[in-house]
Write a protein that binds this ligand. Sequence first.
Ligand code: APR
Length: 247
Amino acid sequence: MKAEIQTNKIVVLSGSGISAESGIPTFRDANGLWHNYSWEAVASPSGWQAHPEVVLEFYNERRLQAAEAQPNAAHLALAELESAYEVVVITQNVDDLHERAGSSNVIHVHGQLNHARGTSEARRRYRIDAAPIQLGQLCEDGTQLRPDIVWFGEDVEYLEESRRHIATAAKVLVVGTSLTVFPAASLVRAARGRAEKILVALAMDKLPYGFRFMRGKASSIVPFLCQGWLAEHQNRNLYPDSDKHAS
Ligand code: APR
């Protein structure tokens, strides 16, 4: 049995493009991180084994950059949407701009820069905000602390929970992601046929089935969309029977 679609539920799947206008680089656009760094060297278990100091320095810099960045109009509009809808933000981003904008249901499937974790079975996590991680810093189990980031080849987190949210959403908004990294990109397939499905990006090679493509910057298109949805909610309250056919 498919789970019931919840009329008042909006699920957002975001990627680095939503934070681009806050000054945080994306990964694959011109001047993206993977044009300037080798992901094998800085974002893989083998890179960590070979040069942990290089990996720590890469994420220490990114952590500072994210801490200095401010949420933009797109982050703020999604937070404001919670005044009328149940909103769940599933993000591939490791910055905390959604939370700092005021979003209260944020799921990080690729980890968080403002946390560190041990490498023991227990995977102990520690909130570190903008602080650097140094070689020799150990968790309480005596293992070297590492960034709390999901590296290539490692298991993504909260995938089933994220799928369930998308499968019960009346509206699904995908913003600022190239949908090229799996399994996070496969989450769009959980969106229901009856759901309103919109994808916002500057460019999109392969538009997922059933999605409407809105080309442009998140900071202009997302507030516009959210305003429309807030008005729609208000109308639904003012004219509750408006969607019932006149008998
Ligand atoms: N507004 C909206 N979309 C934008 C903007 C903007 N201002 N700037 C860029 N974009 C879009 C681009 O068109 C592109 O589709 O954001 C997307 C960025 O794609 P990627 O660089 O591939 O980033 P992302 O999809 O977040 O990467 C997924 O890959 O490297 C790993 O773990 C990392 O979470 C990341 C994952």
